[in-house]
Design a protein around this ligand. Sequence first.
Ligand code: FES
Length: 106
Amino acid sequence: MPKIIYVDINGARRECNVANGVSVMEGAIQNGIAGILAICGGSCACSTCHTYIDPAWMDRVGPASDIEDSTLELAYDRKPNSRLSCQIEVTDALDGLVVHVAQNDG
Ligand code: FES
């Protein structure tokens, strides 16, 4: 099972086993990662699952789709490495992925 490393807004780092096929957001919810609200439940409509991908992983994770890109416009403090975690599917290729939780609570 791939490991996803979540870093919360206070810098606390948690290494979590997340099943293949679920989203990085669902993995965060299952593991009680603070700051991922996911108000829309993963339908790419709210931006409250906003994360920053560690720069070393940007190529592997890939760019946002057009729909995700427009939802990201709603996110607070969007950066070049911003992604909506509900739109990233966990696979073995992402074993060791480091994601930083963005400010998602207003
Ligand atoms: S959970 Fe709403 S956009 Fe990801």
